[in-house]
Every structure is written in C-alpha cells, then in structure tokens.
Design a binder for this molecule. Structure first.
Ligand code: NAD
Length: 733
C-alpha cells in the first residue's frame, strides 16, 4: 500500500488501525487521494487473512470535516468540459460515476466481509460521518467537543455517500428527515440516544473500545443487510407510513417554499430508498446526488457559504504587511444594547474587556447582560459555572476612562449622536496608548466624518455589529478615507478572534448591509401603499427566500428608527431623498398611531401576550386603494423584493463601497438573510445571467419607477456579457 494520509498498523491480535492524519493540514478532508488510500486499506483488510478487522481513527484533534467541496466543484467543471467535447450523455455518465465513488467505496467497506469500527473524536461531519456510518460500529469520545452530523444541506447539497439511506435505517423516519433537513452538529451523548453511534467513552479509550468490539467478534454485516431487516418506522406503504409522508411533504413546503432542491432530493431519496434493498437504494441516492451537485443552488451556496466565507474568515482582506496583532484587552464604551453584546462576545473569546458607561451602575447593567447570556448557555448544558466565573472575571465595568489605558482596541457603542461620539473619541484618545486602535460601531454616521474628531484618523475604523450581537455572525468593517492598514488589520484580527465573519467596505451612508435591508423594507412599504394585501406582502418575502417579510423586519428594527433615519437622510441629502409614500406610512404609524414595532408590541403586527403575532387589522385603513388579491401578480411581488435588494448591492459595487463580490454575497446572507439558495445578492444576478437580470429590472422600472433603475456599472456589465465574479477574478489575476 502507498499511504500518505493514513498510518496503518496491525496489532498482535490481528486488528488493524488506520489512523487518518493528513500531513500539512489542520483538518482531515476527503480528497481523491484519500479515497484512493481508503480503497487500498479496505482491500488489504478484506484480503489479508491475518487481519480480523479494522479501526478507523484520527491522528488529529478532529476526525474530519468531510469531503473537500472544491473537489466537488472540480467535478462540475469536468462535466462542463466533457459535455462540450463529447456531448451530454458521455459527460453525464462520467459525472454520475465520479460523483458516486464515495458511496460505492463506503458500500464496499460495509460489505467487504471484515468488521470495521470508527473511533470518533472532535468533528466528524458530512462525508466523514458517512464513512463512520458505513462502519459496523461507532464509538465517540465524551470530551464535549465531539460532534457528528450531516451538514451538507447548509451548502445546498445532501449526503450522497449513503447518509440518507443509513440514517433512515437507523432512526424513525421523522427523526431522520429532521436530522437531514437541519444539518445540525450533534454531540456524542445525543448521537448515542438517537442511535447514530453505539457507544461513548473517554477519548483515551475510544480506539481500545473499538478494537475490543472487533476482538469480541463484532459482526461485519450491517443491520440492513441482515435478511428480514425492518426499518424503525416500518414500511413506507403502511398505515404508519401514511402518518409520516404527507406531513413530511407539508413540512418540506413550509420550511423551504420549494426553493431548495437539495431538501426535496432528501425527501425523495429517503422515500424511494426505504422501499428498496440497500444497493438499489444507494443508487437512487446517487442519482439525486448527481442531479443536485449540478444545481445552480448548490453551486451558489457552496461558493458563498463555504468557499468565500472560509476565505473571508481566514483573512482574505487583511493587509499582508501588518504583523499579527496580539489583542489582549479591548475597551467597550457604552454598555447599552450593543455595547453589552460586544463586551460579552469579546470576553467569550478570552479577551479582557473594560466596559465603560456614564456611571458604574450603567456599566454594571451591561455586564449583567453577559451574566444572563452565559447563564442561558449553562442552562442549555453548553457552558459550566466555572466558565461563567471566568467570563465575568474578564469584564471590568467602570465609569473611569483611565481604565482604558492598556487597551489595544476600543470599540465605541454610545448614542448615535455625532456630538456624543466626538466627545467620547476625545476622552478615549486622551488615555489610550498611541498605537491603540479606535473603532466606532455607528450604524449610520460616516466614519470619515467621525474620524475628524480623532487626533489619529489613520487608527480610526468602523466595526459595525448587527443585533443581537451574540447571534449575528456578520461584522462590517468600514474604512474611512484616512483609515490605515494597522487599523484594518486589527479590526480583522479582532473579528476573527470573536469568531465572526468580516466584510470590509468603504465609507458611505448605510455602508452595505443596511442599504440593502432599507431597500427591502421600502419595497414592503410601497406594496402596502399600492394596496397589496399585507399578508401577501409578507408571504411574498418569505416565499422569495427571506427569513421574514419586510413588514415583520421593519417591526424588529423599529418603525421610529426607520423614520428617524429617513428624516436625517432628508435633512442631509435633501427633499426627494426619501420616498413620500414611505414617509407617510411611517409618520402615520409612529406619530399618530404610536406603533413603534415589536419593542412596544405594536407595529405592522400586534404582539399579544402569550399568543403569536398577527398583522394589525388597522393596516387596511392605511391603504386608500385596496387591490383584489386575485389580481395581484404574486411572482412579481417576489421578484420585486429580491431585485430591489440586488440592485442596491450592485450600486454599492458601482460606488466602490463593496470591492469584492464575495463580501456582498456573504454579507447579504449573514447580515440580513438574503435568500440563501441564491448564493447572495450579487450571485442572484450572476446566476440569473446579467442580461436577463437587467431585462427584468427594466421591466420593473417601467412599471414601478426609478428605484428599479439599473446602475451604469451593471448595464455596462450586461452589455459586455460579464458577471461580477468573472470580472473580479480577472481583476485579481
Ligand atoms: P443604547 O442606547 O442601548 O446604548 C448606548 C449606551 O451608551 C447607553 O448605555 C449610554 O448610557 C451610553 N453612553 C452614552 N453616552 C456615553 C458616554 N459619553 N460615555 C459612556 N457611555 C455613554 O444604544 P445601542 O442600540 O446600543 O446603540 C449604540 C451604538 O450602536 C449606536 O451608534 C448605534 O447606531 C449602533 N448600532 C446599533 C444597532 C442596533 O440594532 N441597536 C446595530 C448596529 C449599530
């Protein structure tokens, strides 16, 4: 055998141990080479009479993160090439065989006649967990960090290495579907409870436990290969099956609005597979997998949510010449809603925090928020009491600015008032080290303007969090005109430490995310003003793929805030900067009806105590003209809601606010939930085809006005036949 990614040894009892440990990588991944070597290992174990069975373990902290998705992308490229050269049929056949290689390999392992056991520690996800599922025995470490799962759905794929079939034969169908749909990482004890693994043991003992299972005569026949095997939920065509499948279909529709072909493929693959013997079932799964692998949705989601996000997280935008920073202490000014969240996530990352507010009481209140959040984690079993003590020990709540003296970075989250911010900047700069970086978490004030109050504008940067800070994964880093590389690098290093995803944008009103969100909310208001039934507006948003409808989102953000921003924009940019219909609706809601949104339980929705929210019946009185629902073009409503955001994203590119399409896409999904199946606001345009998108936007402009006007950069791109990504790649080359 020629093994580079595995060590292989056989003990005196004849039990082989294949230790997966890829050189030069922090994490094992399934590559072509790994498949080649696994094949050799399986054949060796199967054919050598001296070998009784084999344990597969890891030489790293984690078992493996799964298949190398860039390899899957490569399969798609090979398909396109072969199709051009030899036609679709040849290409498809080749693609099908290549995409099911893993599935066949795992099936060979499962049926080779010798028992295999997996010893799992750390992450064991995707294709790697499918490898473990094909082993006859699975033991996982109880170390608290071990997680198994099939997260493929999160990048628009589904488990094509036998996962849908084995999971559906290990668990009740409903539970299996839920696991496959959610793609969650599952802790070892829970996985054992679900029947996904056989045993949990201390990390130091897992390999020995796996060996012992083989030594004691563990069977080399999977349960489903035993004659008369019965799946846990019984037959599909049975009274029990009829209790499962119709609701499963309905749940699929409710959760996906039919936007995610991978989810549909999971449903079909399990439904059809459960009616077949394993080999045929796996073939069915492979057919769906090959289909999904070539879907636009998978291409878009893999690119944005795996590749681009990974690159941004690893510091794709970090200035290379700045040496690594060593952030030990961070100051947070303003212990309100945002500041308290920032203090919490910073302390969670093991960084000392100095939390300053106008009074010690106010600062302590912010610190108490961290106490509440970590207690919630303890109650969910995700943290220990000792973690809480350590976390709170890292937060110093004070009103004394002198406590900031040793901070490497200070983040300000005081009131959104330029005067208050200016005063804070001066007070902070008077006490911090000359090399420390100052960051503002402003949501609307241009960084360049705020930096005018700074003595060292090169060390001034925007770090814009989204609320709630502890949940939202995106952070916008804003470069003011004078922001230097050290400030940018420090901001990026900080965001990396707190495990969030950064995008770097240039300074402009609303930066990136809030501009697109604003366009979405405005479109909801415009529809309302036109007389579209409110329930249809909200449904259109959700069915287009947004997490919530535009009116609901406005309630979350607060109506008075949107009105305040509209008024400030009008004051600064001039009359005409704000849509009169929107202003009329917001003024009526806020100033006459006292409806501010979720925060006072009255917005576009009512929020009755102990009952689900419901649209406020009074909305109809805001509609001078009410359209007949039958006469409303629902498809067009959905298009309007996405197109208007994508156009705004394209404008930010034209204006130089966003310089890298990866950031617009990742930012739009993580920041405001832009229909993830599209791959983000710019991928939505690219995958539709720039010319087709421009055509659609022009039709909408003719009908609905200039907010659908195609910016020059985009119309020129359409004429050139370009896309955002192709052009960015060309610039980078
Ligand atoms: P908030 O009113 O909840 O908190 C502001 C805090 O700053 C208060 O605790 C106040 O006592 C304190 N403060 C005011 N002046 C101070 C001073 N001179 N020194 C020390 N502390 C002072 O406001 P918030 O919602 O947390 O917003 C804070 C900042 O974050 C604003 O710039 C806002 O635009 C921005 N922001 C808010 C959101 C959001 O969703 N709320 C999102 C992103 C950014």
């Amino acid at each position: 055998m020629t093994l580079t990614d595995f060590r292989f040894e056989t003990d005196p009892d004849g039990i082989a141990l294949a230790t997966w440990d890829m050189p030069g990588r922090s994490m094992n991944v399934i590559t072509e080479g790994v498949m080649d070597q696994l094949e050799q290992i399986i054949e060796q174990v199967a054919s050598d009479p001296a070998i009784k069975g084999c344990v597969i373990a890891t030489g790293k902290d984690n078992f493996s993160g799964g298949a190398d998705l860039t390899m899957l992308q490569g399969l798609g490229r090979a398909y396109e090439q072969l199709k051009a050269e030899q036609g679709e049929e040849v290409a498809m056949r080749h693609f099908f065989e290549a995409s099911r290689r893993l599935s066949l390999l795992f099936r060979r392992l499962e049926t080779c006649g010798k028992p295999f056991a997996a010893a799992i520690q750390g992450l064991c996800l995707g294709g790697a967990f499918e490898l473990a599922l094909s082993c006859h025995y699975r033991v996982a470490s109880d170390d608290g960090k071990t997680r198994v799962g099939l997260p493929e759905i999160k990048v628009g794929l589904f488990p094509g290495g036998g996962g849908t079939q084995r999971v559906a034969r290990l668990m009740q169908t409903g539970d299996a579907l839920q696991m496959l749909f959610k793609g969650e990482q599952i802790r070892a004890p829970m996985a054992k409870g679900m029947g996904l693994i056989h045993a949990v043991a201390p990390q130091a003992e897992i390999v020995e436990r796996a060996k012992a299972w083989i030594r004691e005569g563990g069977s080399a026949v999977a349960p489903w290969d035993v004659p008369k095997f019965k799946a846990p939920s019984g037959k599909v065509y049975s009274p029990a099956g009829m209790m499962i499948w119709p609701p499963a279909n309905a749940i699929y529709r409710r959760e996906t609005h039919d936007n995610y072909p991978a989810a549909k493929a999971i449903l079909a693959s399990v439904y059809e597979g459960l009616q077949l013997p394993m080999d045929l079932a796996l073939r069915v799964e492979s057919r769906y997998f090959a289909h999904i692998l070539r879907s636009t949705e998978a291409a878009a989601m893999i690119r944005t949510l795996f590749i681009s996000m990974g690159e941004l997280n690893k510091g794709a935008r970090r200035p290379k010449d700045v040496p690594a920073t060593n952030l030990r202490r961070v100051g947070v000014i303003g212990a309100g809603f945002m500041g308290a969240g920032v203090a919490y996530v910073t302390a969670q990352a093991g960084i000392e925090v100095v939390l300053v507010d106008q009074s010690v009481e106010a600062a302590e209140k912010g610190k108490a928020y961290a106490h509440t959040l970590i207690t919630g984690q303890i109650n969910k079993g995700r943290a220990k009491t000792a973690d809480r003590d350590a976390l709170l020990g890292r937060i110093t709540a004070t009103a004394d600015y002198n406590a900031l003296a040793e901070c490497d970075l200070v983040v300000e989250a005081v009131f959104e008032d330029p005067k208050v911010k200016a005063e804070v900047i001066q007070k902070v700069e008077a006490v911090i080290r000359p090399d420390a970086i100052f960051a503002s978490n402003t949501s609307t004030l241009p960084i360049t303007g705020l930096a005018k109050s700074s003595q060292r504008p090169a060390q001034f940067v925007g770090i814009h969090f989204f609320s709630p800070v502890e949940k939202m994964m995106l952070v916008e880093i804003i470069k003011g005109e004078a922001t230097g590389d050290a400030a940018l690098a420090t901001a990026l290093d900080y965001v990396r430490l707190i495990k969030k995803t950064p995008i770097v944008v240039n300074d402009a009103r609303g930066f990136f995310a809030n501009r697109c969100v604003g366009a979405y909310i405005l479109e909801g208001h415009k529809m309302l003003a036109e007389g579209v039934p409110p329930a249809m507006i909200e449904s259109a948003g959700r069915q287009a793929g947004m997490p919530v409808g535009p009116l609901s989102l406005n309630d979350e953000v607060a109506l008075d805030l949107v009105l305040k921003i509209a008024k400030a924009t009008e004051a600064q940019v001039g009359q005409g900067a704000v849509d009169p219909a929107q202003k009329a609706i917001l003024s009526e809601m806020v100033e006459h009806q006292g409806r501010l949104g979720r925060k006072n339980r009255k917005g576009f929705y009512d929020y009755p105590e102990g009952a689900p929210k419901r649209l406020w019946p009074g909305l109809k009185d805001l509609q001078p003209n009410r359209l007949d629902p039958e006469a409303v073009d629902f498809t067009e409503l959905k298009q309007r809601l996405l197109v208007v955001q994508a156009l705004e994203a394209a404008r930010t590119v034209g204006e130089g606010v966003v310089t890298d399409p990866r950031e617009a896409d990742v930012g739009s999904i993580l920041g405001f939930g832009f229909a993830p199946f599209t791959g983000g606001a710019l991928s939505y345009i690219d995958f539709m085809g720039t010319a087709a998108f421009v055509e659609l936007a022009r039709q909408l402009e003719a009908k609905h006005g200039p907010r659908f006007h195609v910016p020059d950069n985009l119309s020129a791109m359409a004429e050139r036949g370009g896309t955002f990504y192709a052009e960015a790649d060309r610039r980078a080359a």
